[in-house]
Design a binder for this molecule. Structure first.
Ligand SMILES: CC(C)(COP(=O)(O)OP(=O)(O)OC[C@H]1O[C@@H](n2cnc3c(N)ncnc32)[C@H](O)[C@@H]1OP(=O)(O)O)[C@@H](O)C(=O)NCCC(=O)NCCS
Length: 180
């Protein structure tokens, strides 16, 4: 068992390496249990706390993505995720006692995050547990999303607030195909 865990840790380290092509990285992540659709590109330094990540087809996952995936993360098709994006699914409730910051694993609450087709998350966006992002929405760089986001809208800020509606039905960004 310990050996198995060690091998998995090693594979995670390998998946994060810049030396690996995006194509091989995706194959390795699939081996680790993540579900990843065709023509999806994953840049280096990706990390997931659990394999409960499902990514659709033709997505772009930028450098240093962090998936805190205990509660499950579902990403649709044609989604672009900028560098340094964090998607969080585990909540540590604040303790009522004097030491409020203690993590209490027995009381952790895991809530899934869902990102609809065609969304664009700018660099450095943080998504908090339980949030659903409606299809084809844009989240501005550095925003922290604390509540659900409606489809076809631009949200920005900390906490992210709706800035304006976007015209629905536009074609979404598709990353270039992977080299064979
Ligand atoms: C959102 C973005 C695309 C700009 O879109 P836009 O349609 O030109 O939006 P605007 O510049 O007109 O801004 C609309 C509103 O959002 C605010 N806003 C835009 N970007 C913001 C940000 N990153 N953080 C906080 N507020 C932001 C503006 O201040 C404005 O607010 P107001 O209406 O209250 O004045 C751009 O700011 C952005 O964040 N790009 C991400 C770039 C990136 O991450 N690239 C990495 C490659 S994946």
């Amino acid at each position: 068992m310990a050996r198995q865990a060690l091998v998995r840790s090693f594979l995670w380290e390998l998946a994060a390496l810049r030396l690996l092509s995006p194509h091989r990285r995706v194959r390795l992540l699939r081996r680790l249990g993540l579900v990843i659709g065709e023509r999806t590109v994953v840049e280096p330094c990706v990390h997931a706390s659990s394999p409960r990540v499902a990514i659709g087809a033709r997505c772009y996952i930028g450098y240093n993505a962090y998936f805190d995936a205990h509660g499950g993360i579902t990403i649709g098709d044609d989604v672009s995720i900028g560098a340094h994006v964090r998607i969080l699914t585990r909540e540590h409730p604040i303790a009522p006692g004097p030491i409020r910051h203690l993590r209490r694993p027995d009381q952790d609450i895991d809530r899934p995050v869902r990102i609809g087709d065609g969304c664009w998350l700018g660099a450095g966006v943080t998504i908090l547990p339980g949030v659903t992002i409606g299809a084809a929405s844009v989240i501005a760089a550095g925003s922290v999303v604390t509540r659900d986001v409606r489809p076809d809208a631009l949200y920005a800020g900390i906490p992210a607030r709706p800035k304006r509606d976007l015209p629905p039905g536009l074609p979404v960004a598709v990353p270039p195909p992977l080299p064979a």
